[in-house]
Ligand binder design. Sequence first.
Ligand code: PBG
Length: 329
Amino acid sequence: MKMLIRNRRLRSSEAIRSLVRETYITPNDFLVPLFVVEGKGIKEEIDSMPDYYRFSLDLLAKEVKELWAMGLKAVLLFVKVPDNLKDNSGTEALNADGLMQRAIKTVKDACPEMLVMTDVALDPYSSFGHDGIVGNGEIVNDDTTAVLAEMGLSHARAGADFLAPSDMMDGRIFEMRTLLEDEGFYNTGIMSYSAKYASSFYGPFRDALDSAPVDLKDIPKDKKTYQMDFANRDEAIKETLMDIEEGADIVMVKPGLCYLDIVRDLRETVNVPIAVYQVSGEYAMLKAAAEKGWLDHDAVMMEQVTAIKRAGAQVIASYFAKDVVKFIS
Ligand code: PBG
């Protein structure tokens, strides 16, 4: 048989495969989510996220030094807020000496060059587990965006490099960007969770922060009135284009693997960096399957993060970041 094209020639050895490989994973691809708690000497494993931890500030400092030494240069901070500080208006979120604000300073003191991004949303601070203020049978949009902008400013003042609003209220990027400009924080970046879906893959994260929505008689126990319907694709483009116009520097698709069609759509539509958040449920699924011996942990992990980058992500927020760097080095 005569064939003019034999595709297998380009696959015949690791040398040729690596020569023509289109996507490489490096430590530069990752943003490392970190969970922070009050206390001292605490490094507690999250039940539904094996080998992932909540750190008190002292051990957070140690952790970021370790990340930096591994070549991981960006972190995304989340805080677990004590119940007695939660309310319906995000009061504690604005506390200049709150856990997040201290966490930002801790990371910058420990590792000045580390890029610090912070989660901006009310859910860890909300007695109802919602990303916004609850009132009149809804999550009140405009009152929430005003608080979120103040919250972002407070993080910027504490030294955050980038704010990462994960709430999906309308107009919050505009509010945040204009307040930052007004206050002289024109160098503070915004990474918007622009296409964030109402997903059931966030369960373990809500365990980690004890932030799951509670039962309320007039409000559904999910986030479907503000996060996107997972059946929609065009809407992700609309959301993302709006956030870019409102002043976002980086946009995001979340979750990861089930949403790579969206990532590719955006790659072909926008000209800003795209982040993908490979979320807690994705992490938990692989850890569980690997624990049972049903999947090869490292091989599947590499396949997944490579697929995310191949789809068009420049930034991958992933709980696997350390595992990946250990594997590739
Ligand atoms: C909250 C927030 C969530 C995540 C990041 N920020 C959960 C939610 O929207 O309920 C999920 C991250 C993950 O599952 O890893 N604003």
